[in-house]
Design a protein. Structure first.
Length: 339
């Protein structure tokens, strides 16, 4: 196959996307495929640019917003006009957040008729919007923590949700801009922080308990994983810095429990109209109830990422996982053309 790997972009998850791109480019080349590396903020990379960018790691904190603003220039639609795209078999989306994950890039690729990995533009948009996705989960019978959207008075939040609460941007991943608020007097500052990353801010009930995750590949659930972070929550640093979280695959669950959470993950995947692959995150409370937090349409594929670890637990190597994701994309593209 000839594969164009798109990564980078200008969202707050740019560094994570670059790290994902580096892993995917290397794996697909090791598997014998022709790969071109494309930063959506800079275009098709020369070998020298590729070496410089793809050897960078993920910093403990997201990039500064001012730095991201500097990258937002040019015409993103020009990417698909590059000569390298003309005979590409599939585009591997290694983007996270922003226009790379909210359906924008997906709609553009649909218009030019290029197969791409992950969900389509509708599913991507639905999953990226936490308010909308939680409504769909609830309608599908998937338990999800209660929530309100800002602005909301602290007394209302306390009465409706209790304390602590999780305050986060409505359309953002990797816990960027997220705060666990334990006192009413800290609510406004947390909302202000989250609003730097998205004008819509969610205030969500905090569910204490075990952090669990389920990867979906095709229409099958991978082994359940458990995350034990060094911090109170599985935050940006714990996600992307070595040694900051223990990730156990398969999770220490009974057979019935594992099957139950896998079925909830599949139900969420289908309710949000996702295709190809995804990762669905949960909390398990003291009573054994699974609460769905969110679905990720383009989960991380870095050295420390959860989906590759879940695949490995199922006997799927990282190059095989990347190849399978590409094959699913080509199959889905053919299905859409027939439909």
């Amino acid at each position: 196959m000839k594969v164009a790997v798109l990564f980078g972009g200008t969202s707050a998850e740019r560094d994570v996307s670059i790290a994902t791109g580096a892993q995917v480019v290397r794996a697909l080349r090791e598997a014998g495929h022709e790969v071109i590396a494309v930063d959506t903020a800079r275009g098709v990379l020369t070998p020298a640019q590729e070496q410089e960018l793809l050897t960078a790691g993920v910093a403990p904190v997201p990039p500064e917003l001012a730095h991201l603003d500097m990258l937002r220039s040019g015409d993103p639609t020009a990417l698909t006009g590059a000569p390298e795209f003309r005979d590409t078999d599939v585009v591997f989306l290694a983007l996270h957040g922003g226009t790379g994950e909210d359906g924008t890039i997906q709609a553009l690729l649909d218009l030019v008729g290029v197969p791409y990995t992950g969900s389509g533009h509708l599913g991507s948009a639905l999953a990226m919007d936490k308010d909308v996705s939680k409504r769909l989960m609830r309608d599908a019978g998937v338990p999800t923590p209660d929530w309100v959207m800002a602005p909301a008075d602290a007394s209302l939040v306390g009465e409706r949700l209790g304390w602590p609460v999780v305050v986060k941007p409505n359309r953002q991943g990797s816990t960027v801009g997220l705060t666990v608020v334990k006192r009413p007097q800290d609510l406004d500052a947390a909302v202000e922080l989250a609003s730097r990353y998205d004008p819509e801010v969610m205030i969500e009930q905090f569910i204490p308990g075990r952090e669990l995750t389920v990867g979906i590949l095709g229409d099958e659930a991978l082994p359940v994983g458990e995350i034990i972070p060094k911090h109170e929550i599985f935050d940006y640093e714990c996600k992307y810095q070595d040694g900051m979280a223990e990730e156990i695959f398969p999770a220490d669950l009974g057979e019935d429990e594992a099957r139950a959470i896998q079925l909830l993950a599949l139900k969420t995947h289908r309710a949000l109209k996702l295709t190809g692959y995804s990762r669905v995150d949960f909390r398990m409370d003291a009573d054994g109830t699974f609460w769905c937090l969110e679905a990720n349409t383009l989960p991380g594929m870095t050295a420390t990422s959860l989906l590759p670890k879940a695949a490995r637990a199922a006997g799927i190597s990282f190059p095989e996982l990347c190849e399978r994701i590409c094959e699913l994309a080509i199959e889905e593209h053919r299905r859409r053309r027939r439909g």
